[in-house]
Design a binder for this molecule. Sequence first.
Ligand SMILES: *Cc1c(COP(=O)(O)O)cnc(C)c1O
Length: 360
Amino acid sequence: MSNVFNFSAGPAMIPSEVLAQAQAEFTNWQDQHTSVMEVSHRGKLFMELASQSVQDFRKLYRIPDNYQILFLQGGARGQFAAIPMNLLKENGKALYLTSGHWSATAAKEARLFGEIDEINILEQNDELKVGKLDFSDIAEQYDYVHYCPNETISGVEIFDVPNVGDAVLVADMSSNILSREIDISKFGLIYAGAQKNLGPAGITLVIVREDLIGHARKSTPTIWNYEVQKNADSMINTPPTFAWYLCALVFKYLLSIGGLPEVQKRNQAKAELLYQYLDQSDFYRNPVAKQNRSLMNVTFTTGNDELNAKFVAEATAAGLHALKGHKVLGGMRASIYNAMPIQGVEALICFMKKFAEENR
Ligand SMILES: *Cc1c(COP(=O)(O)O)cnc(C)c1O
């Protein structure tokens, strides 16, 4: 292993064990003397890989039988449109709970398809905090309620699942999928672009409850229709086979280290270490209330733009890459997804201490 740690928010790190395996079988996959990229997605070997990946993913999240797993394209943004196309009735209404950039962007896209109500659940005083999450009194009138449990840019995570009564809850888990245990049965649909916590860019995972499939609008393009994709095993067109293969390796790897209980334990330990350091520091500040601090994306600032830029430049030179915060927010952001080892967080804190001493 090199001594570079990559804190990129996405595309992000992939477990080094997975990359090593992919490298070892790059030109000779399954003894075919060809790479996985060069075989038919409808051939026996790839079909086996696809079906095994679904089984492994089900096992990781203990997904009930009445949910379908789809591997689609178009990223999370594709789902911003696919969700209303499939779930919003012609004269229906949906509710979007917004807590930052991505949930707001999802709401904006959904407006292309019908009536959308929006409730801002982010309280922005001296810290960023998510307010009450009981919508059971109003949720019933909506075809679905959408929210984003981890706002990647600001590092605001929502750990309690919103109460929407019997309404359909939809979650954009692009940046926290497979990061901790969740009760799938509380959700109607969960989706995630792969490039943060599942694998490389180019593939999008959708977990959807069976009874929500089959109600797409007539005008829904075939590749966006969940029912068509379900019946075609997510292969109505050629899927991104190499991305799918890497996701399949990531699932196997996560199972091999102990599944989500172990993954969650590691993620909590990493985040705790970093937030603890931030809290006792008078040089850096994290703007998020304790109960909403993301396990995946940790934002911090020195409070001074010039100093932030110096931090990012010197950190990069020291092998701590991609710490620059998103352009809408500035400051710094350390993305510490599943694949980031605790040694990366330790190296970051060590650098932060040194930088604070040299620049106070
Ligand atoms: C990255 C991200 C997106 C955008 O994903 P694409 O696959 O690029 O469309 C959407 N939502 C969240 C929460 C994200 O982190």
